[in-house]
Ligand binder design. Structure first.
Ligand SMILES: [Zn+2]
Length: 280
């Protein structure tokens, strides 16, 4: 899909599964199960949604998905798709890793930054050797020293090699990253998660990652139990969803396996969604 001069295409960072209860927080299972059935291990099906963006002459990857570095135990727990779905998806667009100029991570949890690095000759190195990697400075600081409550979501080998290679471009707060593409802080899931907003040709899209993991998370109180600051999630969602509806923006969900992108509409107080195909 084009946003003026900017082109955005969906990219697949891999399928995986997470505990349904953890994904819906205080929402009782009989309610969420009607929307998204749990498997025999109480997990729900998810996708790591990524984007490829061509803007200002740069090839940009938003989110690197689950990556390839999974031992069999954790791969089984999270049902992580085999192979390298992100690389394959970029290859279908004719984009080799060396040609990527920029990577934007919304935050550094394993399902968003997992493909930031890969193993070459037994060493962890940045997957995209010529890319600048963009994240909030405070998110990288937090990832280096997470709490007992969220440390299971951070794997240091997914981001420390980027530091070692001096490939970070750390940003602070809401900033324009390249013309037409901005970081927008959306605190709640954690303190410094950022959305990625694309504006051009009278059209706007906002990738909100774990503010709305799936379309089933549109009701304000339907939020992951993983969120560190649930009351802040509530206010961030209230403000941002209203903005998306009022402005007619396209929203991209972090993990919806069926409809990565949609527009949102107010149907008598209930937010409804209409799928958008970004590949067109
Ligand atoms: Zn996530």
């Amino acid at each position: 899909m084009h946003f003026g001069e900017i082109e955005v295409l969906p990219v697949h960072g891999g399928n995986f599964y997470l505990d349904g209860g953890a994904m819906f927080g205080v929402v009782p299972k009989p309610l969420w199960e009607k929307k998204t059935p749990a498997d025999e291990r109480n997990r729900i099906r998810l996708a790591a949604n990524s984007l490829f963006v061509r803007a200002a002459g740069k090839n940009i990857v938003v989110e690197t998905g689950n990556g390839t570095k999974w031992d069999s135990k954790l791969r089984n727990i999270y049902g992580i798709q085999e192979g390298d779905p992100l690389r394959d998806s970029l290859a279908q667009l004719g984009v080799a890793a060396e040609k990527v100029d920029m990577v934007i991570n919304t935050h550094l949890h394993f399902d968003h930054a997992g493909g930031n690095t890969r193993v070459v000759d037994g060493r962890d190195v940045p997957t995209f050797p010529n890319a600048q990697y963009v994240v909030q400075r405070a998110e990288l600081e937090h990832a280096m020293n997470p709490t007992e409550r969220d440390r299971a979501s951070y794997f240091a080998d997914r981001f420390v090699p980027v530091s070692e290679a001096a490939q970070w471009r750390l940003v602070d707060g809401d900033v324009e990253i390249v013309p037409g593409i901005s970081a927008v802080r959306i605190p709640g899931h954690n303190a410094d998660i950022q959305a990625v907003k694309v504006c051009g040709g009278n059209r706007t899209m906002i990738f909100v990652a774990d503010m709305l993991p799936t379309r089933h998370h549109l009701p304000l109180a339907w939020m992951p139990g993983y969120d560190l600051y649930p009351l802040q999630t509530l206010e961030t969602k209230r403000k941002r969803i209203a903005e998306i509806v009022a402005q007619g923006w396209i929203v991209v969900f972090g993990h919806d396996p069926d409809f990565p992108a949609a527009t949102l509409h107010d149907g008598n107080g209930k937010i409804e969604f209409e799928p958008v195909d970004l590949s067109k």
